[in-house]
Design a protein around this ligand. Structure first.
Ligand SMILES: [Zn+2]
Ligand SMILES: [Zn+2]
Length: 362
């Protein structure tokens, strides 16, 4: 909400829902709907920047129309597109309205032509089962993903040192390899990869042996312990993880939990450089309290040439759908389908894994 007034006026009402959410109702003529919608959508910073850009053209924007100083005429806009067009701009998707360069891009015609959508995802490379702290079996997760239209998934249960119990020992992981391969053979229409979410130890190494990691189809490395390291050490740890030959991707790269835990001290630019250089993918983790990478870092990652994933980190079939939150973050990061690796079909995604390139080159 950009604006509030104490008395709503004759064409407005104010209410509060049972959850405490305030609701403002405004009634305008149909030919002003675009003005109203634009005025109350997006961040205050975007609207301030937009108003300033309009003033430079001798125009004044309000929720009722666009006033031309020179003629005294007010243009009413039935759509948001018409509002932006009157200002010489392409329509700007609401997710980009943050005053982070979108006005210039809209003037130059360089906005992304289409932002990524949930339906673009073909794979989900991060999820848990009853082998660690998940609620469903491998087979149930695979069938749930198939129902959602996915073409490939990776089963990535927790490793031994992640610190919350229910972990997978090396022997259990060896048994899991056989089990996942059997499920994959049994279910048509989806590729089920056997993987792990291995804990990144303080020195940057994973907590399984390399020969075991080499047997898997996919490895995510994540930090679940020793969050309090100084920035230089933490950055060294994450760069070392990127340089590890069997770590294909980094999970929830900054470790933040919204309103619960700040990100650990980390030079994100150094991580992006290492990820781009080594071909290590970085995740946008879709969990509602993570959204990690966040929108600013994800945009920087794409600009740095990093391959980005949007993963559910689902702990049950019912949460496979939370990728919608990861996609929301990806859209705020200006990402298009081609900026996110797991929109590719399996035949093109598979060869991008570090381990595939390593094997292909050896
Ligand atoms: Zn994790
Ligand atoms: Zn996880």
């Amino acid at each position: 909400m950009v604006e509030s007034s104490s008395t709503p006026g004759p064409n407005a009402a104010r209410a509060r829902t049972h959850t405490g959410m305030p609701v403002d109702l405004r009634v305008v003529e149909p030919d002003q709907f675009g003005n109203l919608l634009q005025h109350f959508t997006g961040s205050a910073r975007h609207n301030v920047a937009l108003r300033e850009a309009a003033v430079r053209r001798g125009l004044h924007i309000s929720e009722y129309g666009i006033l031309d100083d020179a003629t005294g005429e007010t243009t009413r806009c039935a759509t948001e597109e018409a509002v932006y067009e009157r200002l010489g701009l392409a329509w700007i998707p609401p997710e980009l309205r943050e005053d982070r360069g979108e006005l210039q891009a809209a003037a130059d015609g360089t906005l992304p032509d289409r932002l990524i959508e949930v339906g673009d995802l073909r794979g989900d490379l991060h999820m848990h089962t009853t082998a660690s702290d998940g609620r469903n079996t491998v087979e149930e997760m695979a069938r749930g993903a198939l129902e959602r239209g996915l073409e490939y998934i990776a089963i990535t249960d927790h490793s031994a040192t992640h610190g919350f119990g229910n972990h997978v020992t090396p022997d259990q992981l060896r048994a899991q390899i056989e089990h996942v391969r059997a499920v994959n053979a049994r279910i048509d229409g989806i590729e089920v990869l056997v993987g792990t979410e291995t804990n990144i130890l303080p020195d940057g190494s994973p907590d399984y042996d390399d020969d075991l990691l080499a047997e898997l189809d996919w490895v995510i490395g994540s930090v679940h312990t020793s969050f309090g390291m100084a920035e230089a050490e933490m950055t060294k740890r994450m760069v070392a993880a990127c340089e590890h030959p069997w770590i294909d991707a980094i999970g929830h790269p900054t470790g933040r939990k919204i309103e619960r835990r700040r990100p650990y001290a980390l030079n994100v630019d150094a991580l992006l450089e290492a990820a781009a250089r080594t071909g290590t993918m970085l995740e946008i983790n879709s969990a509602g309290d993570r959204r990690d990478l966040d929108d600013v870092h994800a945009r920087a990652a794409a600009a740095a040439g990093v391959r980005i994933l949007v993963d559910s980190d689902a702990h049950g079939t019912s949460t496979l759908s939370i990728v919608r939150w990861g996609i929301a973050t990806a859209r705020r990061a200006w990402l298009r389908r081609e900026d996110v690796a797991n929109t590719l079909p399996w035949a093109r995604f598979g060869p991008l894994r570090k381990r595939a390139q390593r094997r292909g080159g050896s």
